[in-house]
Write a protein that binds this ligand. Structure first.
Ligand code: SF4
Length: 66
């Protein structure tokens, strides 16, 4: 029997993906009540030619709210 145990369910997001943690609350795919992405898959990219640290990478799936 299905049991709704996702605290996002009462909010707009009902699919918190516990495999994709994210704190970018400005993104329309962010699960607002928890720090997770709501998508099944994201694309991570680099904006550097030779990335050396995490700051060199980005989520290219990001879209701003509104
Ligand atoms: S799409 Fe990327 S930036 Fe947006 S919530 Fe998901 S992981 Fe975060």
């Amino acid at each position: 029997m299905y049991e709704a145990n996702n605290s996002c369910r009462s909010k707009k997001c009902d699919t918190a993906n516990k495999s994709i943690g994210c704190t970018v609350t400005q993104c329309k795919y962010h699960c607002d009540s928890e720090n997770y992405c709501s998508l099944d898959k994201i694309q991570v990219v680099t904006h550097e030619s030779d990335p050396k640290m995490s700051q060199c990478t980005d989520c290219s799936t990001f879209e701003p709210k509104n």
